[in-house]
Ligand binder design. Structure first.
Ligand code: 13P
Length: 254
């Protein structure tokens, strides 16, 4: 399967910094062997979509959002709807990132409804799942990620082959601690089996890994049989690092 490398800029960037980063990515990327996405803060959608329209060199960089409302429209102050994302050319949207689950108390069911809104608007949801350190140490990793994904499968049924799944162990996010390729592969295999049980088309669902992925460890992670790409935080803000990860997407499966 064609790999997917998505950068999650989180709450970073400025008009000037975004332009410099995108220029460097477009200049260094050539024809990538993978799909490339940047998930940017909502105020910058119009900047990025204008840059993409103006110059075909940016066409291979797809626009992603970091969150979407679970509601369609109305009195939900501060929320952004899936239809609004679509108007700005957003193709992918993170849902259920652990920082949203943790700081904004997003439940599994709310995450499932967000995925549903994205799908209804023609946007691919990147559904994030992952266990905390305490959950891993207690031996509950598989149970936690299966519960998180089950809610999305339950709500989205026949559309499930249209999603992307991101396995992001919470203890590996922004900590410099990466899951080993074997640890990540083991969880990806669990998620793959769960998707296969839900849909005959599940083999086309990319399952990407996130959590301190960088230029040095990307090749080993991306070489695992069930790791179909990366969701990259800190390293996606540095053009050279992100480009190196994109180049590593050529890695053949072990
Ligand atoms: P880091 O790559 O900075 O650990 O962040 C991972 C992440 O949360 C991507 O969504």
């Amino acid at each position: 399967m064609r790999k997917l490398i998505a950068g999650n800029w989180k709450m970073n960037g400025s008009l000037a910094a975004n332009e410099a980063l995108l220029d460097a990515l477009a200049a260094g990327m050539g024809q990538p062997a993978c799909d490339v996405v940047v998930c940017v803060p909502a105020p910058y959608f119009s900047q990025i979509s204008a840059v993409r329209r103006a110059n075909t060199a940016y066409a291979a960089i797809h626009l992603g959002a970091q969150d979407v409302s679970e509601h369609e429209q109305g009195a939900f102050t501060g929320e952004v709807s899936a239809a609004m994302l679509r108007e700005f050319g957003v193709r992918y949207c993170l849902v259920g990132h652990s920082e949203r689950r943790q700081y904004h108390a997003e439940s599994d069911e709310a995450v499932a409804r967000k995925a549903q809104r994205a799908l209804a608007a023609g946007i691919t949801p990147i559904v994030c799942v992952g266990e905390s350190l305490a959950e891993r140490e207690a031996g509950h990793t598989n149970e936690v990620v299966r519960r998180q994904l089950a809610a999305v499968i339950h709500t989205n049924g026949h559309c499930i082959s249209e999603i992307v799944v991101a396995y992001e162990p919470v203890w590996a996010i922004g900590t410099g601690k990466t899951a080993s390729p074997e640890q990540a592969q083991a969880v990806h295999a669990v998620l793959r089996a769960q998707l296969q049980a839900a849909s005959a088309q599940a083999n086309r669902v990319p399952i990407v890994y996130g959590g301190s992925m960088n230029a040095g460890n990307a090749a080993a992670l991306l070489g695992q049989a069930d790791i179909d790409g990366g969701l990259v935080g800190g390293a996606s803000l540095k053009a050279a690092d992100f480009l190196s990860i994109i180049a590593n997407s050529r890695t053949e499966c072990a």
